[in-house]
Design a protein around this ligand. Sequence first.
Ligand code: C2E
Ligand code: CA
Ligand code: CA
Length: 657
Amino acid sequence: MSDTIAKLEHQLQILQAELRQREYEIDLLRETATAVGSELNLDKVLQLIAERARELIDAETLLIPILNRECDEYTYRAGAGRGVEEIVGESLPLDFGVCGWVWEHKRPWWRGMLDELSEAEKNRWEKEAGTLIMVPLIGREHFLGGIAGINKRGGEEFSRQDLNLLSLFASQVAIAIENAMAVHRLDQAREEAETYQNELQQLNSRLQATNQELEFLSLYDPLTALPNRSLLRDRIQQGLAAAQRDGGGLAVLVIDLDRFKEINDALGHEVGDQLLKQVSNRFAAELRHSDTIGRLGGDEFAVVLAPAETQAVTRVANALLEALATPFIIGSHRLAVTASIGIALYPEHGEDAGTLFQHADAAMYAAKRDRCSVGFYNSEVEENSLGRLTLVSDLRHALNESEFELYYQPKLDLASNNIIGVEALARWPHRKRGLVMPDSFIPALEQTGLIQQFNFWVLDAALEQCAAWQARGWSLGVAVNLPVTSLLDPNFVGELAQRLERWELWDKLTLEITENLFLSDYDRLTEVFGQLRDLGVNFSIDDFGTGHSSLSRLRQLPVSELKIDRSFVMGMAQNADDATIVRSTIDLAHNLGHAVVAEGVENDSILQQLKQLDCDIIQGYHISRPLPVAEFEAFVEDAAWPIARPQEQHLGFLKPG
Ligand code: C2E
Ligand code: CA
Ligand code: CA
């Protein structure tokens, strides 16, 4: 009897223990359900579930694989217990492992499953998944993933009861997971929307900046930040409207820098750009707030002044020129810059922006041509400006048809009283305009890019003529004018060498280069000078005294003569300064071992003065004007000054001492 009681008591104890276990499990489930239900953060929800599930089935490790949105992979999103750090976060292909089996069959897995499998499958899964338990997580709308336990603690196997508990647990938490996922997705969408909005905002502000830039570019010159032609035109129109309303006036000034192209070509665009900036700053500093200054392009500026009395406008124009008087310092260069200004007034010279611009432009060209730095528009100017336009197409034609002609002006050696050579000077006999002088067409040739073709024409004509005189027994050197940029052209040396060979003229050719050559790339210049010197070419520094010299460089180049600019020679008689310049130039040249040529000798008194100063060679109207070939030959045969006989050849000589 006591036996039976003891047995019953024992059974009761077991039942009570089981009951406590059930109560505990139910508490755990209920508690988990509330905890999970009140949490919306997906990661936290999953972590909580992992921990509670592990307790529930007493697993060593618990993992929560979740299918990704595209359902082509699953990822261990949370875990609890041994070794989870290595697994959580890992993504695997959909069909991989026991999970793959669960996804496919939408059924839980546990050891008891093995009995339902075929022998082959059983062998495979027994090894792989004998200690595994896994239930699917199925939400209201989606298949979400699963809960997997690995190894029961204490070495037992997972029981059917574990399976039931876990399945119950899974069905309870699946909804919570689904909700949290929805919230998560909502958050993601919100975040995406925010980034998208940010990007949109950034794009918008970039667009705005670009628009402003475009607007700026369309109205302002990027280099100097001054208004461009369009904005200037607009300002003129505004000014005109105001002037018409108040009965006032308006002035348009077009300013063009002299010889800017030379500086640009010789020193490079970088220096040219710097110069333009500095020039624009100096101009701007001379103007009132109500005036507008802008850049038309290249080295052309324009100023709009209102109201405009002739006198006041002239004052402003002079102030602008005065602002350039101090040389510009750019890097190691010291640049003297001058400008020409053309002015058109409203209402006298035009009533709209286009006409005023055009007329100021024409006045500027006239001023440049006449070498007077400021000029107002007048109708005579217009004729010339029309002429300038046709000139360009005429020039091309003239080059192709060889319409140009060389005149020759003799050079007299003062010591021997012999004619030792000539300077070839180009002329353009024009059907309508008569004889056009080089000062009008050389700049146009340079601007239109025809100058190099022209140079070679001059060289050909001059060398051919020189050879003809040679054949006649006249030993005359011939000097040809050449812009330094042409000299530095990569093909120049080769082309010239061919010509010298063809005419068999050695040591007869002199190239007259203006002093501004010292602005050029000096290394390249030295190289070219050396190569040409080896071909027997002589160099003469033309217009000496007017440009930018560097004595140390002058000393290093193989130069044979300096040509004192005619403005000093012509001024010698009246102007003491000019006389001093001529005297010191002669001394300087002799010290450097160069011969001196004085050009612009118009009378005998200057000739005598130069002789006294020990000048070597003279050239000028007093000996002869530049003459066409036939007249030059007649002049020579007249023999007022004989031609040097070959052995007395002096051109290019070096004065001793
Ligand atoms: P340049 O090289 O200084 O030439 C001397 C200029 O002075 C010539 O003017 C000549 O006619 C002038 N002249 C000569 N003797 C006297 C004188 O006693 N009194 C006065 N008042 N003037 C005198 P031109 O022929 O009008 O040439 C002007 C400039 O045009 C030249 O100055 C030269 O720089 C350029 N040039 C002329 N022919 C050519 C050429 O074939 N090629 C190039 N690139 N430039 C040329
Ligand atoms: Ca010359
Ligand atoms: Ca000259």
